[in-house]
Design a protein around this ligand. Structure first.
Ligand SMILES: Nc1ncnc2c1ncn2[C@@H]1O[C@H](COP(=O)(O)OP(=O)(O)OP(=O)(O)O)[C@@H](O)[C@H]1O
Length: 712
């Protein structure tokens, strides 16, 4: 972001949040670097929202020094990396470290405050309701509707699914909203100076922002929030950029040995090659240009199922090609049906809607759709929150066959009658468990019951994810035809076996020291660091910059433009470290992410699986290190042991001990994960295994489903 942009930002009174901007100049050597290199003082850190300009000048250390590291230093660090599994439990690092720095003092208090504040509690409260403070406010509803606690009472007005997902603090596609409302929700807690946007972002939902009017209101000015003016840059037009891809890894062929289970009635046989799919020539050309020569297991099974017109719920490990698994057959159908080029119209009627929970993910799906539809007259369009509504509308009006959208923006556009639903033939929910949970479920229900939307018998509904908790599978039934097929590649909800997982016991106050130690060993390799709150993401990013580690951050409080810039800087390697909240946990496919560090563990094991899945993609090898703090994380010990052992990873003895001591009746160490996550198509549990068609086999085989029994 340039200086002028900053001026604009600073002048905008409606942006109360502290948003660190790790701008080009910040990291380049030269005069700017000096300006940004001044030591920060703790007051600046805690008072950032009102002193943003000062803050910008304070702690964002120049990447210059990183660049200055000598090569031998770097290579020795890389060597050390191989011993990373041997990092101790952090005990040797004692207390808070870095105590000589004023920044540290600010940090400590900030951490303390944060661990007790609203956002932290609500994110942690998802399902386990461990931390005190805010939890009371949720108890009533939490007990009523779901194991996922948190935030309930406030959401009562939303009906339907009741409670809201923990990381609604990271919910997407809402308008950018002003701060200041609802601070009374922070029961008895002192709000940090100036507040910050994300806190209010969620609470506004209770005032109706989750209706499909919300963004429209934001745009029209009826809503008290700022007008969103950001127009994302157009996607690249040249063929080379459209088909740019990274190489599959050495373990790509190992996918063939993964067991696949298909359940449901009359599943079509899997295919073994792209040729067997019998796609049209243009699609085949695009597949070749994309560098795909071999199908992944989820593609082998899903493509024929979708081509056969069946509804599908597919669960396959992260990074194993789920996107193409639904895009290719949908495009093939559209080509077969002779979709005509869409014309400029005030209201478009797309044939396909794809929804995903985050803006960056839906944009990525759009780029994939654009790649595979290259040279056809099928026009994919992407719309998502945080961008100018008028821009979304203009994109749609130019023609739209496949609409890729985040839920809030989608409902806004439908509410404005820019999209008609009558022609919808395909509805795809990517990260479907997230799309159906308490955060997005209500919007999805509104979508399927919106006037004009074809009933489930009239459309094909496809759901994909790496995790599918049982209760979400049950909710999904409302969206799917009763004879939908369920494809499970490997263990449903299991971690990608190409990720080497290490869990270290690290207490809260040792985490930063440990993080720096690890990052210094990693050197320049691309690393995502996950933290639990937006505020902490900023804080850790700032801290790392001060430690001369080129870092950027992504979370729901950052302007969309900043988020995209951050992702861009991370993708191209300019900032090899990306500090993120769970907003970046799902779906993002970034080349060469070699490490994921869970600075804070998420509140659920599913989220853990998605987070570590940002590395080890498409047969490449990745590493994940997680800091386990027994105080807040003990509820994760049991499922973590299960995930580690299922993925043939070393399970530390201390973790087993904690798991044992926090034993939860009902959790089985066997194939069933109890309430942790489903290992099977839940219809089996309810209908009885004997009434399902279940086909278990290795994906290397091309099976004929054994139609021995029916499940209905
Ligand atoms: N058959 C294939 N051959 C080569 N590369 C592939 C193939 N299928 C997918 N890929 C590539 O693998 C990467 C991961 O695919 P994708 O993002 O669809 O994974 P995913 O299963 O949706 O992951 P997540 O669960 O994290 O969302 C992408 O870069 C994609 O282009």
């Amino acid at each position: 972001m340039g200086d002028e942009d900053w001026d604009t930002e600073i002048l905008k009174p409606h942006i109360p949040s502290f948003v660190p901007v790790f701008d080009k100049d910040t990291y380049s050597s030269g005069a700017n670097g000096d300006a940004f290199n001044r030591a920060s003082d703790s007051s600046e850190i805690s008072d950032v929202p009102t002193r943003r300009d000062q803050f910008m000048r304070s702690g964002f250390a120049s990447g210059r020094s990183l660049g200055n590291r000598d090569a031998s230093d770097q290579s020795s660090k890389r060597e050390n990396l191989s011993t990373m599994g041997g990092f101790g439990a952090g005990k040797g690092f004692g207390n808070r470290g870095f105590s000589s720095s004023k920044f540290e003092e600010g940090d400590s208090s900030s951490f303390w405050r944060e661990s007790n504040d609203y956002e932290d509690n609500q994110t942690r409260s998802r399902g386990f309701a461990r931390r005190g403070g805010y939890q009371d406010g949720n108890d009533s509803e939490a007990s009523g509707s779901s194991r996922r606690g948190g935030r309930g009472s406030f959401r009562g007005c939303r009906g339907g699914f009741g409670l809201t997902h923990n990381s609604e603090s990271e919910r997407e596609d809402g308008p950018q909203r002003p701060g200041g409302f609802f601070s009374s929700r922070r029961t008895g807690l002192v709000e940090p100076a100036g507040g910050y946007k994300g806190f209010n972002e969620e609470v506004v939902a209770g005032s109706g922002r989750n209706t499909w009017k919300s963004e429209a209101e934001g745009e029209s000015g009826d809503f008290q929030g700022p007008k969103v003016t950001y127009i994302p840059p157009p996607p690249p037009e040249n063929e080379e950029a459209i088909f740019a891809h990274y190489q599959t890894g050495i373990n790509f062929d190992k996918y063939d040995t993964i067991l696949v289970e298909v359940s449901g009635h009359d599943a079509p046989p899997a295919i073994l090659t792209f040729e067997e799919a019998d796609l049209c020539q243009t699609l085949n050309n695009n597949i070749t240009k994309a560098g795909y020569t071999k199908l992944t297991p989820v593609q082998k099974y899903s493509i024929p199922i979708i081509l056969a017109g069946r509804d599908l719920m597919a669960c396959a490990q992260t990074g194993s090609g789920k996107t193409a698994a639904f895009l290719l057959p949908i495009l093939a159908h559209m080509m077969r049906d002779g979709i005509t080029a869409s014309r400029f119209k005030d209201q478009q009627e797309p044939e396909c809607i794809i929804v995903a929970p985050t803006r960056e993910l839906i944009n990525q799906i759009f780029l994939e759709a654009r790649k595979f539809s290259f040279g056809t007259c099928i026009r994919p369009v992407v719309i998502y929150g945080g961008t100018q509504l008028g821009h979304s509308i203009r994109q749609i009006m130019q023609g739209c066959n496949i609409l890729c959208a985040t839920p809030g923006r989608l409902m806004d556009i439908i509410g404005k009658e820019k999209i008609g639903l009558r022609q919808i033939r395909y509805l795809v929910l990517d990260e479907a468990d997230r799309m159906l949970d308490m955060g997005f479920g209500p919007e999805m229900k509104k979508l399927i019951s919106f006037p004009g939307m074809p009933s489930k018998d009239q459309r094909q509904t496809l759901m994909f994810s790496a995790t599918f908790p049982e209760e979400i599978q049950r909710l999904a039934g409302e969206f799917l035809k009763t004879d939908y097929l369920f494809v499970a590649v490997g263990q449903v909800g299991g971690a990608c076996s190409d990720v080497q997982q290490t869990v270290l016991q690290v207490g809260q106050y040792s985490k930063r020291e440990k993080l720096v130690e690890i990052l210094r060993n990693i050197g320049e390799e691309r690393t995502m660091v996950f933290v639990e709150t937006k505020k902490k993401a900023d804080f850790i990013a700032t801290f790392l910059c001060q430690e001369k580690i080129s870092t950027t951050s992504i979370h729901g409080d950052r302007e969309q433009r900043e988020r995209e810039q951050a992702l861009g800087d991370f993708r191209c390697g300019k900032c090899p470290v990306l500090v993120a909240t769970s907003v970046a946990a799902r779906g993002l496919d970034i080349e060469n992410v070699q490490h994921v560090i869970n600075f804070d563990l998420p509140s659920t094991i599913d989220e853990y699986v998605h987070r570590i899945g940002r590395t080890g993609r498409c047969g490449n090898i990745g590493k994940a290190i997680s800091f386990f703090d027994p105080e807040p994380d003990s509820h994760l010990a049991q499922p973590l042991v299960k995930v580690l052992s299922d993925a043939q990873q070393d399970v530390p003895a201390w973790l087993e001990e904690i798991a044992f001591s926090t034993y939860v009746p009902g959790f089985s160490g066997g194939t069933s994960r109890g309430n942790v996550f489903a290992s099977v198509d839940t219809r089996k549990s309810y209908q009885g295994k004997s009434s399902m068609n279940i086909v278990g086999f290795s994906s290397a085989q091309a099976p004929n489903p054994v139609d021995d029994e029916s499940w209905d």
